[in-house]
Ligand binder design. Structure first.
Ligand code: ASP
Length: 327
């Protein structure tokens, strides 16, 4: 009886093992879905990660599919509906945990539609403005904001984006309302900020550091609890020390696969991710952009899942208290 059951199990599991043994398919690229526009901060992390993961994964190539729009939720929905064969993975940030509170209805189930593969990094945000703003530090910016109530444009990557969350908390801390201008990602928003079409934005250092260094935009503060150590950012004050007590937003990225991806395939991807996170070249590139590569237990899929649940529990009440929803 036991032998029959073992045989039956072996037959049932055969397609899975065969899939894992053949994974990755030597003729097919592995695609990382990025839920924002090309050239932006999430895209930047994804492209560096793609390069670092290709070899340990043994993939033909690792390519990026930018699916921007609706604060990252369109990309998440596309990733959730992709074939669960390991050839599509999904990189997302804190929006994975904030969108469930920001949207009355999501086109996917955050905890139910994905396999959790491990976290990638933590990234601070910066409060930045167009170069022509008549303010050179946070205090002067506050004076300008107070003098221009109702006239200020704040760019973001749509409802559910990190820039949206940060901008929301910023407006609420200052008790002011700005006109938000949504883009498919902060790459196009950055173009408009540099061109002076919008006034302000919150964005990850992975997108802002090079512009701050090139002085094409102004930087006023960082959103982390402590000041940063990146040479070009270390003189920026925190928003907390600038008077917005308790202000703290750190963006994290994690890697996911569609629900139903076979366990052996998931293990292969997760192991390749771990190798990538120890790649000195990847670490160096991320550090130069102010990002900190994950080394703690969140590198493990189960801890990644727990962390996202904890973030959902943390941000839900904050967002509800702010009273903002998308439909
Ligand atoms: N920084 C963007 C955000 O606000 C996303 C992006 O374009 O990568 O979520």
């Amino acid at each position: 009886m036991k032998r029959i059951r073992t045989l039956l199990m072996a037959v049932a599991l055969a397609p899975l093992s065969a899939l894992a043994a053949d994974y990755p398919n030597k003729d097919k690229p592995v695609t990382i879905v990025v839920p924002f526009a090309a050239g932006g901060p999430t895209d930047r992390v994804a492209r560096d990660l793609a390069e670092a993961m290709r070899k340990p994964l043994g993939a033909l190539s690792v390519v990026i599919d930018n699916v921007g729009g609706a604060g990252g939720t369109l990309g998440a929905a596309k990733a959730a509906r992709s074939a669960p064969d390991g050839h599509t993975v999904f990189l997302h940030h804190i929006g994975m945990a904030t969108s469930p509170a920001l949207y009355r209805k999501l086109p996917y189930d955050t905890m139910g539609d994905f396999e959790y593969l491990g976290m990638v990094n933590d990234v601070p945000m910066t409060l930045i403005g167009r170069n022509t703003l008549p303010a050179n530090n946070f205090k002067e910016l506050q004076t300008w904001i107070n003098a221009n109530k109702g006239k200020i444009n704040l760019g973001n990557a749509g409802l559910g984006a990190a820039s949206h969350l940060c901008g929301l908390l910023f407006q609420s801390a200052l008790k002011t309302d700005m006109t938000t201008v949504p883009y498919k990602g902060t790459a196009p928003a950055m173009n408009d900020l540099m061109g002076g079409q919008i006034d302000l934005m919150c964005d990850q250092t992975t997108n802002t550091t090079s512009q701050i260094e090139a002085k094409t935009i102004k930087a006023f503060a960082v959103t982390t609890q402590k000041r940063l150590t990146t040479p070009s950012l270390k003189d920026l004050p925190t928003l907390d020390e600038s008077g917005l007590k308790g202000f703290e937003v750190t963006i994290w990225h994690g890697l996911y696969a569609p629900k139903g991806t076979p366990p052996d395939v998931l293990a292969k991807i997760s192991n390749a991710l771990k190798v990538a996170l120890k790649d000195p070249e990847f670490i160096k590139k991320q550090q130069a952009l102010g990002a900190v590569v994950v080394t703690d237990k969140r590198i493990e899929p189960a801890e990644h899942r727990k962390f996202v649940q904890a973030e959902i529990d943390k941000w839900g009440p904050i967002i509800k208290a702010a009273g903002v929803y998308a439909d």
